[in-house]
Design a protein. Structure first.
Length: 276
C-alpha cells in the first residue's frame, strides 16, 4: 500500500525501531526491496536520488514505482532523496511522490528554512511528507562540493519551529557513500539533539555506520536510515559473478532472476537490523 513518510515514522517512533530508506535505480532492485519487506511484514521506503532523476524523468520513475508500491501488502513510501532545486521538488510532489527531501544544507540556515517552509506549504495540501537537513553530511566520493558540518542545535530548533518539516536529517559524523569502512558517530552531539528535538530523526550514509551504532540510534529517535551503497554493491557483485560464471548468458530476465534474491537478502538484513 502506498503511504507517506509520516505514516511510517510515527509508529516507528513509538515502537523503538526504524524504517529503512533504500535508494533504488530500477524496477529490479525496487522489487527486491519490496519482496524483502513483504516477507518480514515491514514498512519500507523506496528512495530516488539526484543521479536517478537526472537519468530518468520524474514522471517515468513514478510510473514505474507507484504501481509496485500500491500493490504491495505492506506500507511503501515513495521518497525523493536529496534535491537542491525547489521547482524540481514541487514537480515531484505533483507527480506523485509521497515524501520529498528539499536539501538546503549548503545554504545559510535562514535560506534553508525559507526553502523548506515553501516546500512544506505546497506538500501539506497533497498529504506529502517533507524531510529537511540541518548541518551537512559529506560524501566519501562523487560530490566534493558538499561540506562536512555537524548539526547545530539552535539551527535545528529554528528549522523545526519555523518550517515544520516532518522529519529532520542530522549530521553527527555520518558520511555518504562509504565503502568497506566505518565512521565514529558523535554520540555527544547526537544525544544533545535527540533530547531537544521533538521530531523523528534521519541518518544518511548508513552503510558506513557500525552495526552496534545503528542499533543504538534506531532505539532512540532515529526512525529513518538512508541506505544505498551496500545494496548497489550486492547488485553489482552479483551481476559480475553471474556473467563471469556464465560467459554465454545474455538474457536480461534470466540474469535478474539471479540478482533479485541477492538484493532482497541484503535488504532483509537491514530491515532486521533496524528492529522490524
Amino acid at each position: 500500500m502506498l503511504v507517506n513518510l509520516t505514516d511510517l515514522m510515527q509508529p516507528a517512533l513509538k515502537g523503538g525501531y526504524a524504517v529503512p530508506c533504500f535508494n533504488v535505480f530500477g524496477y529490479e532492485d525496487a522489487l527486491a526491496v519490496v519482496n524483502a519487506a513483504q516477507a518480514r511484514n515491514a514498512g519500507v521506503i523506496l528512495a530516488v536520488n539526484l543521479d536517478m532523476t537526472l537519468f530518468m524523468p520524474l514522471e517515468h520513475i513514478i510510473g514505474m514505482l507507484k504501481p509496485l508500491a500500491q500493490s504491495a501488502t505492506v506500507p511503501v513510501c515513495l521518497h525523493l532523496d536529496h534535491n537542491y532545486d525547489i521547482p524540481t521538488v514541487i514537480k515531484a510532489i505533483d507527480a506523485g511522490f509521497t515524501s520529498v527531501m528539499y536539501d538546503g544544507s549548503q545554504l545559510p540556515i535562514a535560506e534553508n528554512v525559507a526553502g523548506v517552509k515553501q516546500i512544506v506549504t505546497h506538500a501539506k495540501s497533497k498529504n506529502v511528507s517533507v524531510e529537511a537537513e540541518v548541518g551537512s553530511v559529506p560524501y566519501a566520493t562523487g560530490r566534493d562540493h558538499i561540506k562536512s558540518e555537524l548539526t547545530n542545535l539552535s539551527e535545528a530548533l529554528m528549522m523545526l519551529e519555523q518550517a515544520k518539516p516532518d522529519v529532520l536529517a542530522v549530521s553527527v559524523g555520518n558520511v555518504h557513500r562509504l565503502e568497506n569502512t566505518f565512521v565514529d558517530i558523535d554520540f555527544a552531539r547526537f544525544n544533545e539533539l535527540q533530547a531537544a528535538l521533538d521530531v523523528p530523526l534521519v541518518i544518511h550514509g548508513t552503510s558506513g555506520v557500525k552495526t552496534h551504532d545503528i542499533q543504538t540510534l534506531a532505539k532512540g529517535n532515529v526512525c529513518k536510515f538512508n541506505i544505498g551503497t551496500c545494496l548497489r554493491q550486492r547488485f553489482g557483485h552479483t551481476l559480475r559473478k553471474t556473467l563471469d560464471d556464465n560467459p554465454s548468458l545474455f538474457d536480461r530476465l534470466t540474469i535478474m532472476k539471479t540478482i533479485i534474491p541477492e538484493v532482497s537478502d541484503e535488504a532483509d538484513k537491514m530491515i532486521r537490523l533496524l528492529g522490524q
